[in-house]
Design a protein around this ligand. Sequence first.
Ligand code: MF3
Ligand code: CO
Length: 291
Amino acid sequence: MSKKINRNDPCWCGSGRKYKVCHEMFDDKIAKIAHQGHIVPTHNLIKNAEQIEKIKESAKINIAVLDEIQKTIHEGMSTAEIDKIVYDMTTDMGGIPAPLNYEGFPYSVCTSVNDQVCHGFPSPDVILKSGDIINVDCSTILNGYFSDSSRMFCIGDVSPEKKKLVDVTKEAMLKGLEQVKPWGFLGDMGQAVHDYVYANGYSVVREIGGHGVGIEFHEEPWVSYNSKAGTEMLMVPGFMFTIEPMVNMGKPDIFVDEENDWEVYTEDGLPSAQWEIQVLVTEDGYEIISY
Ligand code: MF3
Ligand code: CO
């Protein structure tokens, strides 16, 4: 049984202010919404100002690394070279690549090419060629705080069909972002992503989604893009998560490489694209943390 916090005690959020002038009204509002049957975030998912600053410092590295990849990625480059740039730059800036040794993941970054959906292993044998599309998914730990975002890159002459897949995937993520506001629901975002993707004739991977992020790499909740508006977790100020839909040109079905248990591919062999943004819910909307 947990003891009810005294109104004059310091707030649970760590701000140092009294509970009654900090999160008391916030907690009351959440309790009412929970009572209506909605899923609501627990206190440990709400970041305070100090934590947000630390996460933004981590994101500075994450964004700088992605910017560097964007500048240097080219036809003829191996994905192992991308891995080396990510490792060297992240550690030079004082960070740690979050994927490295995460649940046994053996590299500093995920590089997923064409029909690879996500978690692609960088390799000296994967040489980028004209017409390839690639997702580079970077995550950084700085002083224990996590940032996570990914971008797509088109190598050389990419077919209009694949280029459109890349563009629609980014637009879908941004359609979801538009729905991020306090006292809305994650399903508002999820449905916006889903509807935009299907209106363009593509499909969204169902088994893998986004996540809470910041204090840990993958926090609650799991974030779906097959959800309905008005459902899933309530979004409140201080809640931070990723929007990272994986969009398939063909069917949504996927399979995982049996040998390494990581790399994910489309079942039908058609291309897949993904963009990932890390976002904070604020008092009046959202703030982009890593993109
Ligand atoms: N960056 C991925 C994500 O967006 C994490 C993949 S787990 C890893 O959640 F170990 F492959 F990095
Ligand atoms: Co992520």
